[in-house]
Write a protein that binds this ligand. Structure first.
Ligand code: FAD
Length: 261
């Protein structure tokens, strides 16, 4: 942790040039710095991307809401534009961690990190997001590949996350009372062409729950969830909840989300 160079990139071109060898991008530092302090990770150079103009900010149109990678959770939570276009996204951002985490942590850092219990990955999947990077566009369905794993290549910088504006949507989270990470989080979105339900906190990686999607496609109401059976096979068991308990809570959170759509 103690020996590293700190460099600030002025633009994306410079960031790309600086991130060589064992260098890594630094956004809010809310995950990267604790990992380095605990000696779980070590890097020679931290490349601060928070000074890059254009990487932060929110743009809303009738079809999509675009959020720059270094936009903080507090900014998304307080945004009137997000509150109007996708209120559930502002609610999600407001429920992340504590005020310190919300004021430092960024949306780009959250999805690049892909913690199995993070909130934003579920929003990306449910809202059919497109992740714009320094190299390409990646659909959310292909972006989250495993526990703390994404499709990002070495040195690839997330620039913007583009969310489809849904007809209706809601996020319901059963949070860990200490960290606020999701023990179970369910994001339900009624999009123009389909219904998507994404689940976080339950497996090693966020996933779409096809059974809930099918049930809600024929009847978009909480009662449609009653007859859905969720198997706990492959679900996490830890000190907070057993796999069976998580399977039960998925239905409870899904009903809560549909009720508040
Ligand atoms: C006490 C605590 C409680 C928390 N509670 C929650 C919670 O309830 N819900 C939740 O979802 N999260 C929670 N978090 C996580 C937090 O929300 C941050 O989003 C997360 O830590 C990462 O964002 P960051 O900006 O701090 O990224 P950093 O820590 O700076 O970076 C994390 C990783 O992402 C990479 N990265 C960052 N930005 C980019 C980019 N633009 N392009 C490519 N790679 C990039 C970095 O290189 C690094 O590998 C919590 C964190 C803490 C410390």
């Amino acid at each position: 942790m103690k020996n590293f160079n700190f460099k600030s990139a002025a633009n994306t071109k410079e960031a790309k040039k600086l991130v060589k060898g064992r260098a890594i991008f630094l956004a809010g530092g809310m995950t990267l710095l604790p990992a380095m302090k605990l000696r779980l990770a070590a890097y020679t150079d931290l490349i601060n991307i928070k000074k890059i103009k254009g990487l932060s900010g929110i743009k809303v149109s009738s079809k999509s809401t675009k959020i720059g990678a270094t936009t903080t959770h507090a900014e998304v939570a307080a945004s009137k534009e997000v509150g109007k276009s996708i209120p559930s996204l502002a609610v999600l951002a407001d429920g992340i961690g504590d005020p310190q985490v919300r004021n430092r942590g960024t949306i780009g850092g959250s999805i690049a990190n892909n913690d199995p219990a993070a909130d934003y990955p579920s929003a990306c999947l449910a809202l059919n997001a497109t992740i714009h990077t320094s190299k390409r566009k990646i659909s959310a369905d292909k972006f989250f590949t495993g526990m703390f794993e994404t499709d990002l290549k070495k040195g690839e910088l997330i620039e913007t996350i583009e969310f489809e504006v849904p007809e209706k949507s809601a996020y319901a989270k059963f949070p860990n009372p200490a960290s606020r990470y999701a023990i179970v989080g369910v994001y339900v979105a009624k999009l123009k062409k389909e219904i998507r339900v994404a689940v976080t906190g339950v497996e090693s990686c966020v996933f779409r729950c096809k059974k809930l999607e099918q049930a809600l496609s024929s009847n978009f109401s909480p009662s449609a969830i009653d007859n859905v059976t969720i198997s706990s096979k492959g679900f996490n068991t830890d000190i907070h909840a057993s796999a069976e308990y998580r399977a039960h809570i998925i239905k409870v959170m899904a009903k809560k989300a549909v009720s508040s759509c």
